[in-house]
Design a protein around this ligand. Sequence first.
Ligand code: MN
Length: 246
Amino acid sequence: MRILVSNDDGIYSPGIAALARAAQAFGDVRVVAPNVEQSSAGHAITSSRPVRIRRTRVFEDIDAYRVDGTPADCVALGAHLWDHVDLVLSGINLGTNLGNATWHSGTLAAAKQAVLLGIRGIALSAPVTDESADFSTLRPWIARALETVLERDQPMLVNVNFPHKPENLCWTAQAVDQYDGRIVADTDPMGRELYWFTVVPIEGPREGTDLWAVARNCVSLTPLRLDLTDHEALEATAEAGTEAVR
Ligand code: MN
């Protein structure tokens, strides 16, 4: 199995090193990742200029390439340059990607780009903020999460989030009831206004959701799809006899 590994924290993140090492147990691994951090880049692609890919010696025994582009660029280019990629893994992100945070996530976007190309995509994120983290306590859980997803053919797109101290794994739904994004006003040293885009903790997430599971020390596995159509609403419009909207 050919496994392409990417992320949005950049090729020098300890998270991608942990994921690439874990992936070696499942097949041939190649790393193609952004040369600098691209967190919250979402599913952007670079269309206003060409992108460059360069071989990088970050791992002794794993082929690695850095790209001056977004996470989605890395997966598109990585899959283009390596015949028949079977699986794309993205992460391990330094920080969780739960609930509505997934809309902004570059980590998840890399996995989504894989699915656009007909390749299975798994995004992995952990509540780790320390750049020197070694992911050693998570190592057995990374393997278990990958085994659990890969033992079945579906779903094509999975968002995996680790808690601080995993005790179990659970399949979950995306928590979409509440949005944690906030804007905080500040001033620069010259006294001029500026604004931070930040997040606040979400209280009381609904049972069975990704946020709920991670708060209960469960590794959250959320099956996702790219079809954003509200099929119920579409059905309702058909019932109202408005198939041909004028
Ligand atoms: Mn990130």
